[in-house]
Design a protein around this ligand. Structure first.
Ligand code: ATP
Length: 248
């Protein structure tokens, strides 16, 4: 990995790029994943590279959904595996949910490498190599899922998901939580709860809220008055307010 000095003003952002490049070299991240990350980076600039209040609200709703789920599953793709390995493993233990390797540009070799990578980092329950069921309405290998995982889950946390698949999962009757910096993407529009934030920040917040809720603290029943479309409108409002206030 290229050594970035900690004093660099864009240290965190550059380190994320290094992690993705390392992911490509290790065969777990796709080249297309770099482009998807670039789109995310642009939106992160617009929100000031910090967690918006609307994202905090969505994260609260996501934590409630995960903790009240009967069969939650966490979907892991090549970018998630490179950028938030430790976080997805920690959350999977906290909510007792398996991780499932689920990749858009699927090759069996890459799916296996992601599974091994998660295993080496300590993940005990990783699905996705079997991929013995299909998401209806989706063509080609990207429809493949595990019958005991995403296929039969009631709640799926699918960070950095593709809009098409998100929509198909919702059509199957699942509740889908996504993490996506683009408030205009089809994924954020279709998901049940969309956390518009960087994957690293969002996962850390989600873990700490889940821990609080497990201790019986934190807001209860937030889901009842959570409306994803309204919350996305708030994201755009917060984004515009910041842009208007930005001094050039
Ligand atoms: P959609 O299909 O949902 O309309 P898309 O075509 O942009 O959107 P992808 O190309 O699959 O979807 O990209 C995944 C999404 O992940 C992008 O919308 C991007 O904003 C988001 N993204 C990329 N990197 C990050 C990150 N580090 N944290 C959060 N979101 C990210």
């Amino acid at each position: 990995m290229f050594k970035i000095p900690k004093t660099h003003p864009r240290y965190e952002s550059l380190m994320k790029r290094e992690k993705l490049v390392a992911g490509i070299e290790a065969g777990i991240t796709s080249k297309q994943g770099l482009i998807a990350h670039g789109r995310g980076e642009a939106f992160d600039y617009l929100i000031g590279e910090r967690t918006l209040n609307s994202a905090k609200r969505a994260t609260e709703a996501a934590a409630t959904l995960l903790l009240t789920a009967k069969k939650p599953v966490i979907s892991v793709n090549g970018n998630v595996a490179a950028l938030a390995t430790k976080e997805v493993i920690e959350l999977s233990e906290l909510i007792n949910a398996p991780l499932e390797v689920n990749i858009f540009y699927r090759t069996e070799e890459r799916a296996m490498k992601i599974k091994e990578h998660l295993g080496k980092q300590g993940a005990a329950n990783v699905l996705g190599d079997k991929a013995d069921a299909r998401i209806p309405g989706i063509e080609h290998a990207r429809a493949k899922v595990d019958k005991d995982g995403i296929y039969s889950a009631d709640v799926v946390l699918a960070p950095l998901e593709d809009g098409d698949r998100c929509e198909a999962l919702v059509k199957m009757g699942k509740k889908v939580i996504t993490i996506d910096l683009n408030p205009l993407s089809r994924t954020t529009r279709h998901a049940t709860v969309s956390i518009v934030d960087d994957i690293g920040r969002a996962m850390k917040n989600l873990i700490s809220i889940v821990k609080e809720k497990k201790k019986g603290k934190g807001k209860e029943n937030l889901l009842e008055d959570y409306d994803n479309k309204e919350n996305l409108k708030e994201v755009i409002k917060e984004m515009m307010k910041r842009l208007k206030e930005e001094e050039l």
